[in-house]
Design a protein around this ligand. Structure first.
Ligand code: AMP
Length: 119
């Protein structure tokens, strides 16, 4: 069994977070250390530690990450200007929390995809 992270506690509403969306498959909340005016994490409610652990059983939840990202981008008013979706995997990807999550980052021009700031 994979070890739970702080994100499971956020999903279960056991610790505070600025949750902007939740349904039976995914939860979205504002990043505690935002890298841009909009920085929201969208996570499957089920614990999947890394992208390497993804199976076909997860496809519905992982597809939902994208429909929710598009909805939140519209709600935040950044859909037309654009934004970036990021998912980090393991050490070289810079993953810090081992419960996969999609970063939705926008609200300013983000520059080149790979920069010294990692975005
Ligand atoms: P990653 O490096 O892709 O694993 O990203 C982990 C992200 O989780 C970072 O951007 C952190 O700022 C964010 N984070 C860590 N703990 C919390 C928390 N309690 N609430 C919201 N965001 C968090």
């Amino acid at each position: 069994m994979a070890e739970e992270t702080i994100f499971s506690k956020i999903i279960r509403r056991e610790i505070p977070a600025d949750v902007v969306y939740q349904d039976e498959l995914v939860t979205a909340f504002r990043d505690i250390s935002p890298q841009a005016p909009t920085h929201i994490l969208i996570v499957p409610n089920v614990l999947i530690p890394t992208v390497n652990d993804v199976t076909a059983d997860h496809e519905q939840a992982l597809g939902r990450l994208f429909t929710v990202a598009a909805k939140i981008a519209r709600d935040e008013g950044i859909d037309e200007d654009g934004y970036r979706l990021i998912m980090n995997c393991n050490r070289h990807g810079g993953q810090e929390v081992y419960h996969i999550h999609m970063h939705l980052v926008g609200g300013r021009a983000l520059g080149p995809m790979l920069s010294h700031k990692g975005l």
